[in-house]
Design a binder for this molecule. Structure first.
Ligand SMILES: [Zn+2]
Length: 428
């Protein structure tokens, strides 16, 4: 795929960029879920779904599920077409048109395998460092190894990032050797042309990904070197993200030139899209890191609202509506038993399912949602894990508990307000 891109956006997300309002951030965070990027940190996974909403598992390799996003399909078709109609007729003239199409299809499949091998390089090394890889997804811009969490050290980030290009270089070398061998043995021209093309493509794949522009592998290598040198991950991310964003702009400019000057519209538009993607992922990665660093060190108990308004379970639904729902701007109320012990919560939106005539007959207790990890967080947890809980469960508030005691309520708005204030006031 034209230089093949496998991208690795950090905690990735082009979506987070430019998100100022907490609501927007939540919306974007919830979409990030999975992976966007090679080595990508699935920071706030939403239950069972990823950024690649239209992806499906096709097989497993060494325990890693390999998924195909539907956006890969038009790319594969385009690659096959451009190889069959342009590249192979120029590389190996004098072959029949149907054979060029077979060669295009074979090389397109080979490209698919090449991207998987590249991602497997990252994934196997990541696994050695104890980093969980949830799978490999092929999509519009290449491949992604979905990494959960951050590499624990600069050294591990360096080795994991370098493993992908190393795998591609190894495949390129093997392909080159195979092509020379096939030529020496007098193998048919179409076969040697396809092998040669794949050897070259893997070399380009390695070279392109080594460009030191975050979130490409080279950018991760740059970040790991800066991180190891100065010991400051935030600064290292800021610098490599800035290089990544600059490279994104360069790609956009080159894409426009390619289309306008050389008349190569398909290639030009692809570069522009890729540039936009790299730029967004680079900028988003820094925001994500900040969010992680700011919230990770902040205990939930410091950000919660203490003395929350709790509802007795025996209260009639009509009274709850009158005395609580209309009086307080909350979407959810903790519910306590006669002894003041927390038993769960009731959500205002449940009212839509309850017929009006039932409001006088039923009590709050009949509609309680039991306490569980989806609506409660221990007082000692950090704010990052609370945010992760909220986004994975699609809720905007959590009850902060200690045993069966309710200590407070933590809202998403408060979390994000704290993040915004800290970054603005401290200028980080
Ligand atoms: Zn890579």
């Amino acid at each position: 795929m034209r230089g093949g891109v496998e991208n690795e956006s950090g905690i990735l997300d082009p979506f987070l960029k430019g998100a100022h309002s907490p609501r927007l951030i939540l919306d974007r965070l919830s979409r990030i879920s999975g992976p966007l990027a090679g080595i990508h940190r699935a920071f706030v996974p939403r239950r069972g779904c990823t950024v690649f909403s239209k992806s499906f598992e096709i097989f497993r390799v060494l325990g890693f599920p390999i998924r195909l996003d539907l956006s890969w399909v038009p790319v594969a078709a385009l690659v096959t077409w451009s190889l069959a109609s342009g590249v192979f007729p120029a590389l190996a003239p004098g072959i029949s048109t149907p054979m060029y199409w077979w060669m295009g299809a074979a090389a397109s499949l080979g490209l698919f395998a090449s991207v998987i091998l590249h991602e497997l390089g990252h994934s196997l090394v990541a696994r050695r460092y104890g980093i969980t890889i949830r799978g490999i997804t092929l999509f519009f811009f290449g491949g992604v190894a979905e990494m959960v969490g951050e590499p624990p050290s600069a050294r591990s980030e360096f080795v994991v990032a370098a493993a992908g290009p190393a795998a591609s270089l190894a495949v390129a070398g093997a392909g080159w050797g195979a092509m020379l061998g096939a030529t020496a043995l007098g193998a048919p021209g179409p076969l040697t042309a396809v092998i040669g093309y794949l050897a070259l493509t893997n070399a380009i794949l390695a070279a392109f990904n080594l460009i030191p522009a975050f979130p490409l592998d080279g950018g991760r290598i740059l970040r790991s070197l800066l991180w190891g040198w100065r010991g400051d991950l935030r600064r290292a991310t800021r610098i490599s993200s800035a290089v990544g964003a600059g490279f994104g702009f360069l790609l956009i400019g080159l894409g426009i030139l390619r289309a306008a000057w050389a008349g190569d519209y398909v290639g030009g538009i692809w570069w522009v899209l890729l540039g936009l993607f790299v730029r967004g992922a680079a900028a988003g990665a820094y925001q994500q890191l900040l969010l992680r660093q700011v919230l990770e060190s902040e205990p939930v108990a410091r950000l919660m609202h203490p003395h929350p308004v709790a509802v007795p379970r025996s209260l009639a639904l009509a009274d709850w509506i009158r005395e609580y729902v209309y009086r307080y701007p909350f979407k959810m109320f903790p519910v306590v038993d006669g002894g003041g012990r927390l038993i769960g919560c009731i959500k205002v939106r449940r009212l839509r399912e309850i017929p009006r005539e039932e409001w006088d007959r039923q009590t709050v207790g009949a509609f309680v949602e039991q306490c569980g990890p989806e609506n409660t967080v221990p007082a000692g947890a950090n704010a990052l894990s609370a945010l992760s809980l909220m986004t994975s469960g699609g809720v905007s508030g959590l009850m902060v508990v200690e045993g069966d005691r309710l200590l407070g309520i933590l809202s998403l708005k408060d979390l994000l307000r704290f993040f915004t204030f800290r970054t603005e006031i401290e200028g980080i």
